[in-house]
Design a protein around this ligand. Structure first.
Ligand SMILES: Cc1cc2nc3c(=O)[nH]c(=O)nc-3n(C[C@H](O)[C@H](O)[C@H](O)COP(=O)(O)OP(=O)(O)OC[C@H]3O[C@@H](n4cnc5c(N)ncnc54)[C@H](O)[C@@H]3O)c2cc1C
Length: 259
């Protein structure tokens, strides 16, 4: 099977993301593979182990996105490709999806593509469905279990996590699948994997190589600002007994209309 997993490089969850001079910045905080994409890599590797073949990790981003790809390689992916182009600097999710679809088509004969449920920085959560739409493939989103994937009959059956419970959905291959946490804990990169990844030469594709003309961003962020500063006032309530303290606290809570 030819399996693709799409991974994004994002600021670490502990990074302090702020707006400075109208630009989003996280200073020199480390960048990591999008945590949801580790679940996608795990799912891709399990399918490779079950059916054979290879897993290729693809990322659209700058040079630093190679680190996310190296993490995917260290977990066990066979190949990694970075799609990078100066014209992608202000890409929105539609442009990102157009580029991912073109890269998947260039690879050729792909059976299934895995995505994380969302990127923790952009939080748009639509890249998988858009990529499927552009490819013209079924889109199976928020998948919590792969019940059956049969390369022979070219079918896939999955469980989706929805608010009301679980849904069983099936489709034909090739398909695009986005996964949620319930799919299974991602493995840790092995020592051998880390060594292999550190030596890996990651091929770089640009838009000319992909022969794709992307639309301009359809969604623009014309204004960015930090949330208003919150005044925090601390008051220590004292009293002769715990009952008196509790009564004073209750009065204050009612006064402040918290309840
Ligand atoms: C400084 C800054 C400015 C931005 N300006 C804009 C703007 O003006 N308009 C706008 O719409 N967006 C803007 N973005 C958001 C950015 O373009 C989003 O990353 C993009 O819209 C994709 O959405 P998402 O990352 O939320 O993906 P989601 O749809 O939440 O991601 C779902 C899954 O898709 C895959 N995926 C997502 N991105 C990639 C990728 N690059 N490579 C490989 N796989 C990927 C991953 O598997 C991920 O788990 C900006 C981001 C930054 C940091």
């Amino acid at each position: 099977m030819k399996i693709v997993v799409c991974v994004k490089q994002v600021p670490d969850t502990a990074a302090k993301v702020v707006v400075e001079d109208g630009q989003v910045t996280w200073g020199d905080a480390p960048l990591v593979i999008n945590p949801w994409d580790e679940y996608a890599v795990e799912t891709a590797l399990l399918q490779e182990e079950a059916h054979g073949g290879e897993v290729t990790a693809i990322s659209v981003g700058g040079e630093d996105a190679k680190e996310a790809l190296k993490h995917a390689l260290a977990m066990g992916c066979s190949n990694a490709i970075l799609v990078s182009d100066p014209s992608l600097k202000n890409a929105d999710s539609l442009v990102t999806s157009q580029v991912l679809a073109a890269a998947i088509q260039k690879l050729g004969d792909v059976d299934v593509v895995f995505f994380g449920k969302q990127a923790i920085d952009g939080d748009v959560g639509v890249t998988a469905a858009q990529t499927a739409r552009i490819l013209g493939w079924p889109s199976l989103t928020l998948v919590s279990a792969i019940s059956e994937l049969d390369p022979g009959t070219r079918t896939i059956s999955v469980e989706r996590s929805v608010e009301e419970g679980r849904q069983v959905v099936s489709g034909e291959l090739p398909a695009v699948v986005s996964v949620v946490k319930d799919i299974g804990e991602p493995r840790y990169p092995s020592f051998m994997g880390i060594r292999k990844a550190s030596r890996a030469e990651i091929p770089l594709w640009n838009l000319a190589e992909l022969e794709v003309e992307v639309s301009g961003p359809v969604v623009e962020w014309p204004e960015l600002s930090n949330p208003p500063k919150q005044e925090v006032v601390t008051e220590i309530i004292s009293g002769a007994s715990s009952q008196e303290i509790a009564e004073t606290l209750a009065e204050k809570i009612i006064e402040e209309k918290v309840l």
